[in-house]
Structures are given as C-alpha cells and as structure tokens.
Ligand binder design. Structure first.
Ligand code: ADP
Length: 164
C-alpha cells in the first residue's frame, strides 16, 4: 500500500521553508499531497489558484508530489485523498501552541488521522510567508528565501496594491 501524507497550509506564498518540509516528507512517504487551504484570512496576497500554480512550479522535478486545494476541514480532505497522516512544519517554540491546538482538534475530529511534525533545516527556521511579504514590501531582496519567480510575483502584486 502506498504511504500518502497531506501537507496542508496557506502557502501565501510558498517559501524554501515549505519546500524543505516537502522534501523531508518525501523521505517518509511515497506521495506528498500539498494542500492549499481556502482559509479564513480575508486578504491573502495570492489567490488559491495562484498559490497552487506557484507550488506546482516549485516542486517540478520532485517525484511523488501532488498539489491541490481544499475548502472545509483538513481531515476530510486527508480522508478523501486516502491518507492517514497530516504533515506540519515546526519552526520555533512559538509555532508549538497553535500547532498543538490544531493537531488535538483534528484528533478530536478524526481519531484515525495522525499529525507528524517535521523541523526544517535551521537556515529556514525563522522563515515565514508573512515575514517575506513584509520584507518585500520594504524593498528587501528575497534571494535565498523563495524561488526567484515567486519573488517576482510578490513584487508584482505589491506594485498593483500600491497603485490601487
Ligand atoms: P498556515 O496558515 O496553515 O500556518 P503556512 O503556509 O504559514 O500556513 O504554513 C503551513 C505549514 O508549514 C505550517 O505547519 C507551518 O508551521 C509550516 N511552515 C511555514 N514556514 C515554514 C518554514 N520556514 N519551515 C518549516 N515549516 C514551515
């Protein structure tokens, strides 16, 4: 039987930290389904379609990665994909409380699904999509944080926002 894991998140946008976790997840599974959430954040920088497209482009060349999106409960999507495992990344102790709450809530909703936390390389342990957007807004280079086409897309978006 194929081991399938689901890695859900906002990915607004995908960073090298996310990609690091995807590669680690591939080491313990046959297939990683990266799942972009239609979440409650009312002002994401990128649409779900754009986020999915950017992840797809970033994982080109990695075997065993599928990219999708879901609306509603992550555990339902996990079941729909025939998986039993949710992957989440843990960077700092500050991630812990939220991740712990979410893992236990998911367990309450679906006791047959387990959450596995993976740590990124320490060079990505401080990286977040939020910080990257802020840095881009202030004109910083995003080299080493996101693929160059993602950096370009962020800067284009910010330009459009400034004009609006
Ligand atoms: P969410 O809104 O679901 O937290 P994110 O896109 O911010 O969505 O993150 C998705 C998952 O990836 C979360 O488990 C988060 O902790 C993890 N993650 C985000 N950035 C990194 C990083 N730099 N290294 C490792 N894990 C990360």
């Amino acid at each position: 039987m194929k081991k399938i894991v689901v890695y859900p998140g906002s990915f607004d946008p995908v960073t090298y930290g996310h990609l690091d976790i995807i590669k680690r997840a591939l080491k313990i599974s046959d297939r990683v389904v990266v799942a972009v959430a239609h979440n409650m954040d009312k002002s994401p920088l990128f649409s779900v379609t754009e986020r999915v497209a950017m992840i797809k482009k970033s994982v080109k060349g990695l075997k065993g990665v599928e990219v999708g999106d879901f609306d509603g409960l992550a555990v339902e999507y996990v079941r729909k994909k025939g998986a039993r495992v949710v992957i989440r990344g843990l960077r700092m102790i500050s991630d812990f409380e939220y991740e712990f709450q979410m893992a236990l809530t998911n367990r309450r909703l679906a006791d047959d699904i387990e959450t596995i936390f993976m740590m990124p390389s320490e060079s990505y342990s401080y990286l977040s999509s939020k910080l990257i957007k802020e840095a881009a807004f202030l004109g910083a280079s995003l080299k080493g944080f996101v693929p160059s086409f993602v950096e370009k897309a962020i800067k284009e978006k910010l330009k459009l926002r400034r004009k609006a």
